[in-house]
Design a protein around this ligand. Sequence first.
Ligand SMILES: [Zn+2]
Length: 375
Amino acid sequence: MDNLQQLDFKLVESILQSNSIENLDMKEISNLFLNESSIFNFRPESIFQIDPRNGELIVYNSSRATRPSSGLDDKEQKQKAIENCPICQGKTTGIMDIIHLSEGFSFINKNMFPIFFPYETDPLNNLGTVSFGLHFLQWTSSFHNRDWHNIPAKDAIIVLSRLAALEKKLLLESFDNMPGSLSSSQDKPTYGYVSIIKNYGKAAGGSLAHGHQQIVSSNIMPKQFFNNWSFYERRGIHFTKYLLQENPEELIVKDYGKAVLVVPYFMRRPFDMFLIVKDTSKKFLHELDEEELETVAKAWQEATRVILLILKKIKKEEAYNIAVNNGPGAGLYIEFLPFTQLIGGYEKIGLWVCQESPFKAAETLRSFILELEPL
Ligand SMILES: [Zn+2]
């Protein structure tokens, strides 16, 4: 039977700070983070280091080790964890954006264990090692067991448009909080970097089972954004344009018209997929037109549905990551990375040993995606 446990709308009132992110300016948003007492003891160290070998970034927050975890292994424990879900009980941070879905609602609030936090003192002396920003969570549905794979299509579009609205606010209005970013163009300056990811399942780093996306606005650029940018600088072509030209047709999982879901020819782990927006001049979610947004929402739903079906079939834990590549030079693409294989020592020296061929993976994914009923 479908578990209908959810966050009761009545419980929302006490933690509702704003109905819509659009009603707040960046100063107000920053202050809401600074004044959130539940975050006070879990603030990050606000310093970062760069691995000088490859430019990868490391940020520090030791309090994250104390995060509550609801992804327990034992069946009984799992049930208990659902009943004790802090989100369903409203034991969470102040809400800054809330929207009704066909049933229940979706909302955006602050991560209680942020990896970036607004800086209060002028970091003049150690600029270059100070990291700052804002760390949000978007809860896909107030229902505990609902997420992209099982919400109605029209609700997925609403969730994606709120994600796009937050991305827009952070990139375009952070002029007082963030340095200008490489994505800036003359007619449209952008500030800082907005990285959007999703961890689903304990093995993929999801500490809470209640479905959510993480959104970070930061002064520093994740290495992958930098890689996309370097690719553009080196080759003079957006990475998505390159992929659309070079990725073999046999690796297409599904062509959605405005976007295409593919297995990259350099697949690192079985069933990794990229969703590529075909208009390669688009680099942000908030630049998508209505039709593109609907397309991306639909493909996001189908990609996560096939991932869960395949993981079940190969008897692996339900776990995957999603990463939105919306940095400079990339175009716009979304990575879907099911947790199909562990990361071993060779992978840690940059030699990926993959247990499946991209062509076989694409074939399997195609057969599964064809079977999906509309949501
Ligand atoms: Zn819950």
